[in-house]
Write a protein that binds this ligand. Structure first.
Ligand code: FAD
Length: 460
């Protein structure tokens, strides 16, 4: 009997538990749903998903199958495709956060089918790596040690696929709502994206071919490309699985490559974020340390706008915000600096930063974004303490000593700055020749933030 496999942010054939289960059950209709609401909230991530579709369609065609794309609200689309196809079962991966899947099962059942949600092909099943007391880890290092001892299941090979007798109609693989919400033209970000399952695998191989003992130091250098895997966007849209990366990395380690252990540790941060999100599905809205929900952060306004538009006058922050707007990604170290400047120096609510990142990042990931923002703000589990305030200038001097990263995004004649000026909405009134004055003196801002945070912490 025909079954539907909903490719839900798992845009690959390799290591896809829902697809393997669907293929074992009968002829498969591979379905991707482009939800307008999702595109409006996270346009860059939506664009990144659309860019994965041609490769996915090709891979399916090579197996005698076909990709069906539908635009609309997922519950309504599923009900329609069930009716159009007569399928009685829908296989899909769980969503993130895990708790928000409830309405879907009801919609599928209402249309006369059953919904099977499969675990994401994460390194371990959620809740399977626990403290000796049987509770979930709240601190990264012990979690990492336990994960390193755990059995990481091998990735599942892509299954053979049988085609149904008739195919439901497909919409074009385009997401107009995302195009509109991008506010910078589709092509701006597209030229910085390398999409496709095969591309992700090649990228992984190339990275493991060059990774060396200084990966961890190289990771922090702002001006050097290719010091990290660059796989976060492929991971975020599911073109490659964490398990596939893990096992290939272990192979490379066995062959004597240095730096792999540190790389696995980064993947473990992703896993830890998911574990935390599983335990606290409101992690993207509420402070994990509940007492911090009482802190009076500043809200939206001119300072938040200046931050988002790369006009704070703090060079490394502005460079990072421009990088993200143009490329859909930002160097990890700069993410930390820019986020810290927003929540510490400017004392603006971390959720404003989280939402802006969610709009701009092609590697947006609900769990990683939330955990990292809470880490920087000091209100998350195992977070950076509130009294640690990055000095952006010191950070820039340390990690961009030649100033090349900042130059690339800020110098009026530099390629990055020119791309940004072309991409920015007119209302931002970007004048490359006029660098804005700093929003604040960094030392004064630091002292003000420290005393506000200290006052609050003292009253907790
Ligand atoms: P590599 O160094 O090659 O690392 C390999 C993989 O490990 C990454 O692809 C990623 O999946 C994972 N990883 C690495 N660092 C982290 C981390 N700190 N937390 C969780 N996973 C990590 N990453 C996202 O994927 N999506 C997000 O929405 C996101 N938001 C962030 C927000 C803030 C405020 C900060 C400080 C960090 C955020 N990160 C996010 C984490 C990190 O910046 C990116 O994962 C990293 O820059 C990706 O580059 P890479 O793939 O070359 O990393």
């Amino acid at each position: 009997m025909t079954v539907i496999c909903w490719f839900r942010r798992v845009l690959r054939l390799d290591d896809h538990p829902a697809l393997v289960a669907a293929a074992a059950a009968g002829p498969v209709i591979p379905l991707v749903i482009l939800d307008p609401a999702e595109a409006r909230a996270r346009p860059a991530s939506a664009q990144r998903q659309v860019m994965a579709l041609p490769g996915l369609a090709e891979a399916l065609a090579a197996r005698g199958s076909r990709l069906v794309v539908r635009r609309g609200d997922p519950a309504a689309v599923l009900a329609r495709v069930i009716r159009d196809s007569g399928a009685r079962v829908v296989h899909a991966s769980q969503g993130l956060p895990f708790a928000r899947d409830d309405g879907l099962a009801a919609a599928v059942e209402g249309a006369g089918a059953r919904l099977h949600l499969h675990p994401l092909a994460d390194l371990v099943a959620r809740g399977s790596v626990l403290t000796k007391g049987g509770t979930s880890f709240k601190v990264f290092t012990p979690f990492w040690r336990a994960l390193r001892q755990a059995d990481i299941a091998p990735p599942l090979p892509a299954p053979d696929l049988a085609a149904p007798d008739r195919w439901p109609d497909s919409d074009p693989p385009d997401w107009p709502e995302a195009r509109a919400a991008m506010r910078r033209g589709w092509d701006v970000v597209a030229r910085h994206v390398q999409a496709g399952e095969g591309t992700a695998q090649d990228r992984l191989d190339a990275f493991l071919g060059r990774i060396a003992g200084d990966y961890v130091q190289g990771r922090d250098r702002l001006a050097e490309g290719d010091t990290t895997s660059g796989l976060s966007d492929a991971l975020a849209v599911g073109e490659i699985s964490a398990r596939r990366i893990w096992h290939r990395a272990l192979d490379a380690q066995h062959q004597g490559r240095g730096g792999v252990e540190d790389f696995l540790r980064e993947l473990a941060w992703r896993e830890f974020s998911r574990e935390l999100f599983h335990a606290a599905p409101d992690l993207d809205r509420a402070c994990w340390r509940r007492e911090w929900n009482g802190f009076t952060w500043r809200g939206d306004g001119p300072d938040a706008d200046a931050w988002g538009q790369g006009r704070t006058g703090i060079a490394v922050v502005d460079a990072g915000m421009r990088e993200m707007f143009v490329t859909g990604r930002m160097h990890n170290r700069v993410r930390m600096i820019a986020a810290s400047f927003l929540v510490k120096h400017l004392m603006i609510d971390w959720r404003i930063g989280l939402d802006w990142f969610a709009r701009c990042l092609t590697d947006w990931d609900a769990a990683s974004n939330a955990v990292n923002w809470q880490w920087v703000a000091g209100c998350g589990p195992d977070a950076s303490p509130f009294f640690r305030v990055f000095n952006p200038d010191t950070q820039a001097a340390k990690f961009d000593p030649g100033g090349h990263y900042r130059q690339y995004w800020l110098a009026p004649e530099a390629e990055g700055a020119r791309q940004f000026a072309k991409a920015a909405p007119l209302s931002w009134r970007i004048d490359l020749a006029a660098r804005p004055a700093p929003l604040m003196d960094l030392d004064t801002g630091r002292q003000d933030a420290l005393s506000a945070y200290r006052d609050f912490a003292g009253r907790m």
